[in-house]
Design a protein around this ligand. Sequence first.
Ligand code: 5GP
Length: 197
Amino acid sequence: MNPSKLIIITAPSGSGKTSIVRYLLQKYPGQLSFSVSATTRKPRENETEGRDYYFLSEAVFGRKIQNDEFIEWEMVYQGIYYGTLNTELERIWKMNKTPVLDIDVKGALHIQRHFSGASCSVFVQPPSVEELKRRLESRGTETPESLNARLNKAAYELSFKDHFNYVIINKHLELACIEADKIVSGFLQAGVTRLRK
Ligand code: 5GP
């Protein structure tokens, strides 16, 4: 396996990318591993340190920025930082696996540039902004302010979809998973040669 290969799944928040990522990780447990990001966000119920995120204080996150420990980092929402640690990708490559990154669009563009030729990027598109709103509301994790922030950001992020190798429209989750599976199995088998764009 090429140790610098990676898979990027990106999308506006609420597009269903996390469900697709979970599906892929279950389907290829021996080949894929979730890249655990660092964040300054507080853990939600059911979230576990080191499994969902490395939950850091702003001070610690800031120190890691200073020390160049991130391959990319973003203030994804007002005052909330997220980033991919170099050590996280190395940890996964050492296991001879391919990291799967579930990251926002700006971070994804950055990583894609950094690993150009070795990454497979998939943009998961929600069927519509209305549907996105409905999904975020039914998830019940948002305040009216954070919901609005996420919707505004989603409209902006949608404009970048054509920068990625593949776009999957997530109208029916099962079909979107099948599509993602085809893309990933092709990438795992044939590597970068079969990538689009
Ligand atoms: P949530 O707070 O809902 O877990 O995630 C919010 C957003 O941050 C999602 O779009 C998620 O993909 C993105 N995100 C998670 N980890 C990272 C990261 O390491 N870098 C960047 N740029 N975005 C991330």
